[in-house]
Design a protein around this ligand. Structure first.
Ligand SMILES: Cc1ncc(COP(=O)(O)O)c(C=O)c1O
Length: 397
């Protein structure tokens, strides 16, 4: 019989022997739905204060339900420690703030998640004079060329939002370490099953757990994972002072989701591969952006640093006619129109909707961004039904 130290991940995510023992064998640990914890005497509370990163004193700091979930996530990512936040953005901004100081410099990728980009470009610059350089990230030389004496952080997202470019994580981590620069990756798209950045030398891994980790479109949360020293510092500063801790009920829901995480990801990946191949050969489609396809431009790197692909892809329709793109989106019946992804339900989103709002039609047409770019989040429905929905919608064009 294997010991719990070397159980496979799927087993670890389904069982919790320590919690069974503490909670009368309850197969699902209870929710500690309380804001504070009381102590029998002065010495006991004083002892708790001496372990602020661990002791349950007040739920904004530590809570047992949140703690169990953090331990599971750390095991999943091969991290020393994990810390849960009230949203993915809270996790991202806390991890970044941990790495930078006034007057510093960040290198990041052009196609990272928009609000993370705006936080660096606008907020950190106007408040603290921190500058950011954006690169495509597909060639290590690009990073080398823009390192400055005040560079403090390289912030990655691989695959990147919408366009799916990859960065070579081993190369970037080695370069950053040699220059004393911290690295953070948003690993939401790949998930910890698809890619293990900490094992490749990246310092901190962040996720919007609202996506695949949660998986049921019923919670908003985030996580930062990495070395004990970094995570404890983030817990006692950025999280304690900004106060964006995850709530116990949310942690309990996330713990539930983790039990089915490997099975869900297998089905998301299998469905997505089939849909990506189907769309790639459809006359109504110009291009499919999905790292699991043989035609993916960085296929060799994807196979080297990723273990599995998720259910997210972008598709460029053959048409660039705004009205036709709108007709395609509105004709889909099973795919719901919405901004998020990673849940059980298939979703469609057209970045064009945001571009037209932000830029207006004239500026959009001048920008050269393809109008027919669509994001699909492939859910857990029957793949035959999903293909049927896409076929009927493409026929309407
Ligand atoms: C890649 C990526 N990172 C981070 C986030 C932000 O996460 P949250 O919505 O949980 O704050 C999102 C949300 O869509 C995302 O797509």
């Amino acid at each position: 019989m294997k010991s719990s130290d070397n159980f496979d991940l799927a087993t670890l995510l389904c069982h919790d022997d320590e919690a069974y023992a503490k909670n009368q064998g309850a197969v699902v640990p209870p929710i500690f739905q309380n804001s504070l914890f009381t102590f029998p005497d002065w010495d006991a509370i004083d002892e708790a204060f001496s372990q602020p990163a661990r002791a349950a004193i007040y739920t904004r700091g530590n809570n047992p339900t949140v703690g169990i979930t953090e331990e599971k996530l750390a095991r999943l990512a091969g991290a020393e420690k994990a810390r849960l936040f009230a949203s993915g953005m809270a996790a991202i901004t806390s991890a970044i703030l941990h790495c930078v100081s006034a007057g510093g410099h960040i290198i990041t990728i052009r196609n990272i998640y928009g609000p993370a980009q705006n936080f660096m470009r606008q907020y950190l610059y106007t408040k603290f004079g921190i500058t950011t350089t954006f690169v495509s990230g597909t060639d290590i030389q690009e990073f080398r060329d823009v390192i400055q004496s005040n560079t403090q952080l390289i912030y990655l997202e691989s695959p990147a939002s919408i366009t799916f470019e990859l960065q070579d994580l081993t190369e970037v981590a080695a370069l950053a370490r040699s220059q004393g620069i911290k690295t953070v990756i948003d690993n939401t798209l790949a998930t910890p099953l698809g890619q293990q950045p900490l094992s490749l030398g990246i310092d901190l891994e962040v996720h919007s757990a609202s996506k695949y980790l949660g998986g049921h479109s019923d919670l908003v949360c985030g996580v930062v994972m990495g070395a004990k020293e970094d995570i404890e510092a983030i817990s006692l500063k950025e999280q304690a002072w900004l106060g964006a801790k995850m709530a116990p009920f949310e942690a309990w829901l996330l713990l539930r989701s983790l039990r089915s995480f490997p099975a869900r990801m297998q089905m998301h990946a299998a469905n997505a591969k089939e849909i990506a191949s189907f769309l790639e050969s459809h006359a109504g489609v110009k291009k499919v952006y999905y790292p699991g396809l043989d035609s993916f431009p960085q296929k060799e790197l994807a196979m080297r640093q990723m273990r599995q692909f998720s259910g997210l892809m972008s598709v460029e329709l053959a048409t660039q006619d705004i009205q036709q793109v709108k007709t395609f989106v509105d004709s889909l019946k099973l795919f719901k129109l919405g901004v998020s992804w990673g849940g059980h339900e298939s979703l469609v989103y057209a970045p064009l909707i945001s571009y037209l709002r932000e830029m207006g039609e004239l500026a959009f047409r001048a920008s050269g961004i393809p109008a027919g770019l669509i994001r699909l989040s492939i859910g857990l429905e029957s793949v035959a039904d999903l293909k049927h929905d896409l076929t009927q919608s493409l026929t309407d064009l």
